[in-house]
Each structure stands twice: as C-alpha cells, then as structure tokens.
Design a protein around this ligand. Sequence first.
Ligand SMILES: [Zn+2]
Length: 378
Amino acid sequence: MSTEVGTTNWQSYARCWQSIRGTGLSVTSAWDALKGHQEQRALFERSVQRGRLSHAYVLAGSDGIGKRKFARLLAQSMFCRERKPDEIDACGECRACRSFIAGTWPDYIEIGLPAGKSVIPIELIAGDSDKRGREGLCFELSMSPQASDRRVAIINDAHRMNAEGANSLLKTLEEPPSQALILLVCDNPDSLLPTIRSRCQVVRFFPLTETDVKDILIAEEMVESPEEAATIAAMAEGSITLAAQLLNPDLRQLRQLISQQLDQLENMKPVEVSKQVTDELERISSGADEQRRNGQWLLRFVAEVLNGRLRRLTSGDFSDPLLKRFGVRNGVDMLAPLLDRVISAAHQIEGNSPVRLVLEAMFDDIARQLRLGPISAR
Ligand SMILES: [Zn+2]
C-alpha cells in the first residue's frame, strides 16, 4: 500500500539521516536522528527485553514533536538485521534498513490522512467496496510477513478515522495477527473510540525542549542563522509544526508589525493599533479558520512583547519608561494582568468570537490599564 501522507517529513528524515552519515561522524544508530523522547524509547526497549511488546500502541502528544518519526524508527528497529535481540536499535545500513528508508520494505504499512481530506478513507483501512476485507491495512497485517518475522503498521492522524474505519480496525485489534505491531499516532488519545483505546497501550509524548527545536531547525536548514533558530524556538512551544508556521513570511511580517506598534507601549493608540494589525491579519488569511489561527499567533506576538517588557523591568533596566514611572513592583503588577488579558482573548478566538472585535477590546483594555497604572498604585 502506498500513500502520499507524510512523504515530505519522511524524505526529510531520510535526508537528515544521509547528511549525518555524510559528515563521516561515527553514527551508531538511526535513533541519533531523533531529538528527545528517550524515556519513551527506554519504555519500548524494556518491553522488548522482557518479551512483552504489545500488539498495539497509541503514541499520543501534541502536533510536531516527533511522534511519527519515533514510530518509524521503532518500525525500522523491528526489521533491522543487525539489531541485538534485547535492544531497540537500527543500524541504518543493513538491507532491511536501506529498504525501509527507501520505502520499499514489504512488511511495513503506513497510512494517514491524505492531503485535503478530513477523514482517513475506509479504503486505506479495509479496502475498496468491491474488495472490502481483501485489501487495505487490516488485510495486509493479516498476511504472513514476506521478508521478516513480523508486520508493522503505522496509522498517522489516527483520531481522523471515522466510525466505519475504526470498527474495521477494531476487529484486527481484537484478534491481532501474531507478531503484528500496530502504532496509532495521534494528538489526543481521548479523541479515539474508547473501544480502540482500551485495546492499545497508550504512550504519552511531550513537547521538545527549546534546544532540541533549535537544533532541528538548524539541522534541517529551516532557518538562515542560529540566531533566527533561537528566536523561533523560543516561541514554538516545543513543536516543529509551530516553528514552521512561524517561519511563514506573512507571520514574520505580522510579528514585526506588532513589535513596531507596541514598541512605545505606554503611548499606544488602541484604535489605530487594532485597525492596523487586524487589517494585516485579514490580508494574510484566506478564510475564517486561517484568520483565527493567525489571530492566535498575533496574540502570541503581543505576549512576547509584554514578556520582553517584564524581563526588562525585573532586570532593573532603568532605561525602561515603565520602570521610571512605576518602579519594579508596580510595573510588574501592571504588566502581569495584561498577559492574562491576552490569554482571555485567545480563549475568545478559540470559542469562535469575531477576531476583529476580540482584538479591538483587548487593545482597548491594555491601553486603559497602562493609562491608569497598577491597581495597587491607584
Ligand atoms: Zn539495520
């Protein structure tokens, strides 16, 4: 079975792997290409050592942190000819590893959400209507392995299976073929059918560290300089997906606009600022969904400016006009609630309130607070 899903990430992983190998550095494991998630790796290794690897796992955690890459490394490790029996490792060089990386290993199946779709088509799980049960992931898993002692299947975006797809998979999970390994990759295990979830072992994944995000951005040549990598990593919340969004030129421009408009925070004209940034937001967004997504970014940029001012205040930067006017304690008392105000605006946008109105009200509140000063000093 072949699908376009995740091709770009997969190729970038292979490229990354090749480039590491190309440096002539001593590379001992394909896992070197993975950042973070060492606890999760150790968990699988312990299961292998004890001969207690389950048939099915849910790899759960937020978007863009490397779950898919982890699942593929785990699958590759299952097939690697050089792997020691009690380890999870892959040499990256044996016939199985090379074939796996090239996407031609016959005992490996990977499906996910096709581009432009909102549901994983049943055909990928159970075959076309005229070949139902004789094609698709479940059927392939039921066949004897061709080149190794097991079959491994990955279902990306597993929460996007509809009831029909999930029920087909459920039959396979209830009576898993011997030696099959099924990895369901998803953002939130609670969005899976409880009957699916209860037949899998759930392994949680956590956001990457800022350093890991920075290293990945540099290794994958997503940024132009280490400084840019550090700036983006600081805002990416441990997610390469968020980092990639931030590198979008439109968002960069929006961030610059916010930083200019809020540079003189104390003299900010709320009506003007909110008109300018909302106009820009509408210009760069092609629909309501994108406008809300970009609106959330805009709020992150506002929070970034406020955090910067808080850092200046607490480090006793006397060039800061807020420090001169209010002193450290009162200044902090005034800025901290503004951050809460930004968070409440984010909740409003999440709850589908009109973005323009939310931003107008927020900038108005911020300006009023700055005019009045901290509650403790009024
Ligand atoms: Zn190998």
